[in-house]
Design a protein around this ligand. Structure first.
Ligand code: MG
Length: 366
């Protein structure tokens, strides 16, 4: 089988309703934008797709396909995912691909393989589980009271834990984390995500508060470029650290976080930032060999498949971005997320697609 066409289909990505915020300094939810679907086809009719829905995605992907990806892929065997994953790394040396674009070819080829085998990709990978608990991962709300009210709603809706994305102010965030622990009691798993808002002294201050409040993990308090800073943090706080979500270099970079002792809870993995399914699984296996967790980052469908295939992961991350909480449709009333059932990976129902893409969209019951 040979790859014969590589196309980009533009789609409209509607704005979040209501719009939401992240910590001070970061962009919040995007206005309406042009997303894109990468579609790879073959001489035998097999096809696979990958969704790229970030701000600026359509322009970025069209450019990459025209300049780099199409020429690389035409004539290649679509089942040689490992070879093509390494080819993308080689291309990255000159082109410095945006991290979220790095894994798109890999995701489309896994989707293609699943469709050929008529199996969901989590099964093709070697399934580990058929359901996993979800935690509510909040956006940033205005006040402590709003956070506590959202937490109550999440727990009533069945969510099994809560992760805060707060303001990025170490003192204020520490008070919120302690208040939430007091509010929900000792039994509810709580996590905190700093979205790289701090330097080392503030990260240490906040980490000590999180340890006092018995949080499960402390995620990305600093930009992930100084592994030495994370080593110092790990030496200074007892709260377990979950690291290497956004850093470049897939498993290779994660290995260095582990080596210095910074990944005291584990590392992040995702199709979005670790180079597709292949890079995400490699990262998970790396962590597994050190008896560490590889917690899956992000709510989209490729990461949903990862949650079912990775042994050393705990939760599915489900975004909660409104003060009136609506449970994501993949999460049931016990807070469980169930394995996808259709072939391949599938495009999410949440967007409007042209008729030429309908065959790739997930079934409503999934
Ligand atoms: Mg995070």
């Amino acid at each position: 089988m040979k790859i014969t066409h590589v196309e980009v289909h533009r789609i409209v990505v509607p704005p979040a309703d209501p719009p939401f915020r992240w910590r001070d300094g970061l962009s919040g939810s995007a206005p309406v934008g042009d997303g894109a679907v990468l579609r790879i086809g073959t001489d035998e009719g097999a096809e696979g797709v990958a969704l790229f829905a970030r701000p600026g995605a359509a322009v970025m992907l069209e450019d990459l396909v025209e300049r780099v990806f199409r020429e690389e892929l035409i004539g290649q065997d679509p089942f040689q995912r490992e070879w093509l994953w390494h080819r993308v790394w080689e291309l990255d040396r000159i082109h410095e691909l945006p991290l979220p674009a790095f894994g798109l070819i890999d995701i489309a080829l896994w989707d293609l393989a699943g469709r050929v085998y008529n199996q969901p990709v989590w099964e093709v990978l070697g399934g580990f589980r058929r359901q996993i608990p979800a935690y509510a991962s909040t956006s940033t709300f205005a006040t402590v009271e709003e956070f506590l009210d959202v937490a109550d709603q999440c727990l009533a809706l069945g969510y099994r834990g809560i992760k805060l994305h707060a303001w990025g102010d170490a003192r204020r965030d520490a008070q919120l984390c302690l208040a939430l622990r007091q509010h929900v009691g000792a039994e509810v798993p709580l996590m905190y995500d700093g979205s790289a808002g701090f330097d080392l002294p503030d990260a240490i201050y906040l980490g000590r508060a999180l340890a006092e409040a018995d949080y499960l993990w402390y995620e990305e308090p600093m930009r992930e470029f100084s592994i030495s800073a994370y080593q110092r943090l790990a030496e200074s706080v007892s709260i377990p650290l979950l690291v290497a979500e956004t850093s470049d270099g897939a498993h290779m970079n994660s290995a260095d976080f582990i080596k210095v002792g910074a990944a005291t809870f584990g590392v992040r993995t995702s199709t979005t930032l670790r180079g597709g399914i292949t890079g995400a699984m490699r990262t998970a296996h790396l962590a597994d060999s050190y008896q560490l967790r590889a917690e899956v980052h992000g709510s989209d469908i490729p990461n949903h498949h990862l949650c079912m295939a990775i042994s050393n992961t705990t939760y599915y991350e489900s975004l909660v971005t409104a003060t009136t909480v609506v449970r994501e449709r993949h999460v049931d009333d016990r807070g469980m997320v169930h394995a996808p059932t259709g072939p391949g990976i599938a495009l999410p129902l949440d967007f409007q697609y042209g008729s030429e893409l309908q065959q790739f969209v997930e079934q409503a019951s999934a």
